[in-house]
Design a protein around this ligand. Structure first.
Ligand code: PLP
Length: 370
């Protein structure tokens, strides 16, 4: 298997645990295990008496039930719990695609959605979006990419890095196009349930189409990336079966304490998501005002979901080296768009409690260097 270096993770690996202020994190504010246990009486003792043997490969029954409850039409058997959405991406592509297949990937995207697809040996086409037209989805362009051997269409809504939702009509069109050709839709929904206006939430793809797979994660909306738990959800039993067969070669089964804590967290997921949404409601107006006060420097399509947004940096200078200078000189971590093949952009994150402080430090840096 050939695979390129993962530029996003490489950049974070370099700075995330040394930079003082994280202004580009993709996840919402986290919590301690104590805070999770406080959500449910008796859970502390249950955690301490947890057996640390191997767990069931598809995921613990109580956890699969808690995940199935997120969806309208799914049962616990329709869920495969994996050790993070990242493992879900790896398992799904390698279980279902290979040389001779064609995969369409909406871009820009979280890099593994594209590079892991490529690593299967399948032929890859990008379904590109661009800032010039406000990151609109060109559905006609997607139709033109279809081939007789198109096996999977990967979409991501709410979207990393723009923080934008796919319009409901486009989402429906993608599902019905795929349905008319029996193509699998791999729908990355790791930011679902943190739409800024919950009324704008899209249905989960796995509810809308039987050959769709919804990818979920504890990392983003619920702010628990340290649990390393994610899932694949689909009403197509053959997809779940093949992914399970493949994951015997990756992690076999999940961490018992993580499964316990994830099931507990998901039973209270509205509490977790609501606290994080409130952080977004406080932070996003500050970030938006910051950009509007500096129209000569920044331009963005204001996000309507998630904890991230993607901003064009207007000055004619190398944005990658600018971001490296900022973190080195001010301790504020930004993510340069070059890691998404968007070299004029910067990704910002607004899901952390201390974002106002991080933003103030970035503002001071800009003022000192203007
Ligand atoms: C769109 C998207 N999908 C998947 C992942 C992987 O998430 P996890 O932390 O669950 O592996 C990320 C992480 O940044 C992401 O942004």
């Amino acid at each position: 298997m050939q695979i390129k270096p993962f530029r996003i993770e490489h950049y974070f690996g370099k700075y995330e645990f040394t930079a003082k202020f994280l202004l580009s994190s993709s996840d919402a504010e986290s919590r301690t295990i104590q805070e999770l246990l406080d959500l449910e009486p008796g859970s502390h003792d249950r955690l301490l008496s947890l057996w640390c043997g191997y767990t069931e490969s598809p995921g613990a029954p109580e956890l699969r039930e808690a995940i199935a409850a997120i969806y309208k039409q799914l049962h616990s058997n329709d869920i495969l719990v994996v050790a993070s959405a990242e493992e879900g991406i790896f398992v799904l592509y390698h279980a279902l695609a290979g040389p001779g297949d064609h995969i369409i990937v909406e871009t820009p995207c979280y890099e593994s959605a594209l590079e892991v697809a490529r690593s299967t040996g399948a032929q890859i086409s990008e379904w590109p979006r661009s800032c010039e037209n406000g990151w609109a989805h060109d559905f006609a362009a997607l139709e033109k990419l279809l081939q007789l051997n198109t096996k999977i269409i990967y979409i991501n809504t709410p979207h990393n890095p723009t923080g934008l939702l796919m319009p409901a009509n486009t989402f429906k069109q993608v599902l019905s196009l795929a349905s008319s050709r029996g193509i699998i839709v791999f729908s990355d929904e790791v930011y679902r349930e943190i739409e800024h206006d919950p009324a704008m939430r899209l249905p989960a793809a796995c509810d809308g189409y039987e050959h769709a797979v919804s990818l979920g994660s504890m990392s983003k909306t619920y702010g628990l990336p340290g649990l390393r738990l994610g899932w694949l959800a689909s009403r197509d039993p053959e997809i779940i079966r093949r992914c399970l067969e493949f994951r015997y070669y990756t992690t076999i089964c999940n961490s018992a304490p993580s499964e316990f804590l994830t099931a507990l967290a998901l039973r209270h997921r509205q509490v977790l998501a609501q606290r994080n949404l409130e952080i977004v409601y406080r932070n996003l107006p500050l970030l938006d005002a910051f950009f509007r006060q500096r129209p000569h420097l920044f331009e963005w399509s204001k996000p309507n979901a998630s904890t991230i947004g993607f901003t064009r940096f207007k000055p004619e200078r190398d944005v990658f080296s600018f971001c490296e200078e900022v973190v080195r000189d001010s301790g504020v971590l930004l993510l340069p768009g070059a890691v998404y093949d968007q070299p004029r952009h910067i990704r910002f994150g607004y899901g952390r409690k201390n974002m106002p402080e991080a933003l103030a430090h970035f503002a001071a840096y800009l003022d000192a260097h203007s």
